[in-house]
Design a protein around this ligand. Sequence first.
Ligand SMILES: Nc1ncnc2c1ncn2[C@@H]1O[C@H](COP(=O)(O)OP(=O)(O)OP(=O)(O)O)[C@@H](O)[C@H]1O
Ligand SMILES: [Mg+2]
Length: 243
Amino acid sequence: MIEVLGLAKRYGGFTAVRELSFTVRPGEVLGLVGPNGAGKTSTLRCLAGIIPPSDGTARIAGHDITADPVAAKRSLAFFADEPRLFDYLTVRQHLAFVARIYGVAHHEAIAEPLLEELEIADKADQLPGELSRGMKQKLAIACGLLHAPQVIFFDEPLTGLDPLGIRRMKDSIRRRATAGAAIVLSSHLLHLLEEVCSHVLILKQGEKIADGTLAEVAARFANGETGVDLEEVFLRATGTSAP
Ligand SMILES: Nc1ncnc2c1ncn2[C@@H]1O[C@H](COP(=O)(O)OP(=O)(O)OP(=O)(O)O)[C@@H](O)[C@H]1O
Ligand SMILES: [Mg+2]
């Protein structure tokens, strides 16, 4: 469960996110969308405890990210668009290292199927420098999923993945939601979000302009039309539609 109340993020005098409140329940996948600079990454970084919020509160699986950051971080995984890895650890050593940090016992039993699922099992003894960009991303994802997080934040997780990789990642996200994870997925690939998200939240210049189920948000911007897709909703909602 993710509970966000009155979240704000300011960088000096500039407000990147203001008065943001929303909830993501177990089993839900929230698509966080908005134009470049809308505040998506800033929001996710605050929720994952990477940068401090300027205002408001966020609870991750019941733990306040500011007051109780260790318990909150034990319950979450955050995937940035650029994978951060250790140059001198192989794929398998990454998983062993992360397992120790998170106190995951008998991690091999979890790590091996994860590597298979993400299709990097044959690279288990390679260093990051020997992996392609997409493979690095898959390794970062395997590391993040090792401790079976209840809350998962994805910031553009599909950049760099091939079509099969994207499909597998969609299945993987759906499976984890079905297993009870609360997930936020930020992406510009709106057709893809339509396939995996139960809910959507539209941000513009740091402010929420709509949220709800895909159907609710679509209905709000459909102007009575049927078959309006998320891309059209996005363009209408953010005022970036061609005149
Ligand atoms: N460390 C920082 N210092 C100052 N301003 C920042 C910093 N990080 C982000 N910003 C500003 O905050 C605003 C929101 O940025 P953010 O990265 O959250 O947007 P985004 O919605 O993730 O955009 P994109 O779709 O391009 O990834 C932007 O105007 C950006 O310039
Ligand atoms: Mg971003």
